[in-house]
Design a protein around this ligand. Structure first.
Ligand code: IVH
Length: 725
């Protein structure tokens, strides 16, 4: 059956003759498409067809609850909120690695192994080298091929059962592909990709939450959430790198680390990929570099899918292991995830066995760490910034210093707890680093100035002088004044942002000026601005005033998701706003939402639901929405436009587009543009694709489109399509 037939079948809702058989078939199909998408990065069906399969299975299981299996893809949605994690003993302890810090240490490690092995190994033997991931170690347990448990490392002997949260990670298979060993325990690292981390922190800030210090903290914090709905909303990944207990029955188990990781990839577990053993070191270096550079967009963000990199390599002797160390250090900042070194493992499992362990570390592996990208400087003062949620954030202003090629002056200190823990003071000599290669962070204090005193965040808003309070369960102080100019300025900046109401040409400085002049007291006041009012500000000309009024006018045609996002409800980032809009459909329905209905919205957990109910009850938000509508903001109209686009209307008339390469606008914007003009955006090129919109540095999709004879559009031609059709 083709996927489109499947889709129409689910719509028709005919009774299914063999529900058990159909459910099994659907599960197998979904699992197969998951593998194509996550492991091979080669999806064969469109998102909507995948969704149709998923919906059909969900409906079937709802009708026949006895058919639900633990490995059903529908079971990824989190379960109950837990009181605490259960402690579980590992069948075999999760050990740690001895550290080395340079290439001489790698030589010394290899020399020790050689001495130990005597004539058991040849003079030059193979080392399996791969990155040392900077995340959280985890063990996954598969019984008869079915995912049954995930346990954190804990103290190595006893960890915590985080199965519910790990289950929500899409790229972790709930059933192994092709092979169902009696017991398959695999260890690996849970990480967050740098790009996902950046986006998450942006939305944390948009939602008025404290950002995470680095991807590792974000990953660890997400896995340790007692509410699986929160974990599900976090973009986590895993890399498999070590076996636990393996019981293969009659099949032979892998005989080397390279065979183990290759097997992992074959059965659908995410890895960094193992390079072809025939590839020379030179060719390996060139290929990896090229893939990384090719996949790096102009914005410098790595786009390469980790498993495509084939970054792990069997190295001939310590000579190549040293080359590997130097090479990975060189490309470290281009990788899509954080690493803090490489791990060098004796590849042959028989030799590993001969080498055995010393204390709690294997003699057959070493973690060769990279020197951290850190620098020393002095804290000149500590400023308090007030965000749109009223949160008082302390920011260290430091003597400028270069770290990893960038000059750092400011670093957030997050909150009082963080300041106390690190004992940061004005005048402290500190060690700083760029967390996740981006956000500057104070690592620790090296020296305190004489006669210095601990720094305390004032419990008074530095902007309006109102008291700042610490709400229950929170670590941040918040200004309680709803009319605080800093809070208002933050709210307005969020309101006009590109992904919110999208008001062009209204920058931060102008917003500050409007607030300071008392011209804008709430977001809806923006729509009351007149040329006269704008011109009353300094440095405003007729032309710019006119442009601003036009942008404001244009922004009035909006859609529900944007408006919900623009309202700046805490915890409601862009993705949540989209889910809410999709679920409630109309503004009135959203404004009438109660806790029970909110909890049935995908990705909404208890905390978010309660906060949304709280703000909805409070009259302010409703008043504001009413004012916006009175002033001409059209929310329904935007919805209708979306409905007609789904029906194939609009300039692009239901045509299917795939986007590739670097375009003058961001990916999301281009996608929005196509969809709002009635086009459909797909992720992979197939015969069904109508157009490939190709920007600069287009890669494999361009090649595939050419092969399949799909029409290729450049930006200008695409622009013409938008205006002339
Ligand atoms: S192999 C016997 N491979 O490093 C230990 N560990 O100090 C086998 N780690 O807790 C571990 N990347 O969290 C291995 N590619 C990798 C790794 C890796 C990161 C971490 C792991 C472990 C720590 C060991």
């Amino acid at each position: 059956m083709t996927s489109s037939e499947t889709a129409s079948r689910s719509k028709a809702k005919k009774p299914v003759a063999d529900p058990a058989g159909r459910a099994a078939e659907l599960r197998a199909q979904i699992q197969h498409h998951d593998y194509l998408y996550h492991t091979l990065d080669k999806p064969e069906i469109e998102d909507k067809d995948y969704d149709a399969l998923f919906t059909e299975l969900k409906e079937l299981e709802q009708k026949h609850p006895e058919l639900v299996t633990t490995d059903s893809p529908t079971q990824r949605v989190g379960g109950q909120v837990l009181e605490a994690f259960e402690k579980v003993e590992h069948r075999t302890p999760m050990l740690s690695l001895q550290n080395s810090y340079n290439t001489e240490d790698i030589d010394a490690f290899a020399e020790r192994a050689r001495k130990e092995l005597k004539d058991l190994a040849p003079e030059v033997f193979d080392f399996f080298c791969e990155p040392k991931f900077d995340g959280l170690a985890i063990e996954l347990v598969y019984e008869n091929g079915v995912f049954t448990r995930a346990i954190t490392r804990g103290d190595g002997t006893v960890g915590e059962d985080v199965t519910q949260n790990v289950r929500t990670i899409d790229s972790i298979p709930l059933r192994l592909k092709d092979l169902h060993p009696t017991l398959f325990e695999v260890r690996g690292e849970i990480v967050m990709l740098k790009e996902d981390f950046r986006v998450l922190n942006e939305s944390q800030q948009e939602a008025g939450e404290a950002p995470f210090a680095n991807p590792r903290n974000a990953a660890a914090g997400s896995i340790r959430q007692l509410d699986p709905a929160i974990a599900k909303a976090r973009p986590l990944r895993m890399f498999a790198y070590a076996p636990g207990v393996l019981e293969f029955g009659k099949n032979p188990p892998p005989k080397s680390q390279s065979a183990f990781e290759t097997l992992c990839a074959t059965i659908g577990l995410p890895t960094v990929g193992v390079a072809n053993p025939e590839e020379s070191f030179e060719a390996f270096r060139e290929r990896v570099k090229q893939t990384l550079e090719l996949k790096n967009t102009k914005s410098g963000r790595p786009k390469a899918k980790p498993q495509q990199l084939k970054l792990a390599r069997v190295c001939k002797g310590e000579h190549e292991a040293r080359l590997y160390y130097d090479f990975i250090q060189e490309i470290r900042s281009l990788l899509p995830f954080d690493i803090d070194g490489i791990v060098v493992k004796v590849n042959d499992y028989r030799l590993q066995e001969d080498l055995g362990f010393v204390a709690r570390s294997p003699r057959w592996a070493t973690a060769a760490k990279f020197p951290p990208e850190q620098a020393e400087t002095t804290i000149e003062r500590i400023d308090i910034q007030v965000g749109r949620t009223g949160a008082l954030t302390p920011v260290a202003v430091m003597k400028p210093v270069r770290v990893g090629g960038v000059t750092i002056t400011n670093a957030t200190l997050h909150n009082q707890d963080e300041i106390d823990r690190k004992e940061v003071r004005v005048g402290s000599r500190v060690l700083v680093q760029r967390a996740g290669d981006v956000i500057p962070e104070v690592v620790k204090v090296l020296e305190q100035p004489e006669n210095s005193v601990p720094f305390r965040i004032p419990n008074e808003c530095p902007i309006c002088g109102s008291v700042a309070e610490k709400p229950e369960d929170e670590v941040v102080l918040r200004c309680v004044n709803r009319k605080c100019p800093a809070v208002l300025k933050g709210a307005l900046k969020h309101f006009v942002a590109r992904r919110a109401m999208n008001v062009d040409g209204l920058g931060d400085k102008l917003i500050d000026a409007f607030v300071d002049a008392g011209l804008v007291k709430r977001p809806s006041d923006l729509y009351r601005l007149t040329a006269e009012k704008i011109l009353s500000l300094e440095r405003q000309g007729e032309k710019s005033a006119q442009n601003l009024l036009e942008s404001l006018e244009a922004s009035k045609k909006s859609n529900l998701a944007r408006v919900i996002f623009a309202l700046g409800i805490r915890h409601v980032g862009e993705t949540t706003a989209k889910s809410l809009a999709k679920f409630y459909g109309t503004l009135d329905a959203f404004l009438a939402a109660d806790e029970a209905s909110l909890l049935s919205v995908p990705d909404i957990g208890e905390k978010m639901a309660l906060e949304i109910v709280r703000v909805l009850k409070d009259g302010d938000l409703k008043d504001e929405v009413q004012l916006l509508q009175q002033l001409g903001v059209q929310i329904e109209a935007a919805k209708k436009a979306m409905a007609s686009s789904a029906a194939g209307g609009g300039a692009l008339g239901g045509k299917k587009y795939v986007i590739t390469g670097t375009l003058p606008m961001g990916r999301d914007e281009v996608k929005d543009l196509i969809e709002s003009n009635g086009g459909i955006v797909l992720s992979g090129v197939s015969k069904k694709t109508d157009f490939l919109l190709a920007g600069e540095e287009a890669g494999s999709k361009l090649q595939k489109a050419t092969e399949l004879g799909v029409a290729i559009l450049d930006w200008d031609t695409f622009q013409k399509q938008l205006t002339t059709k």
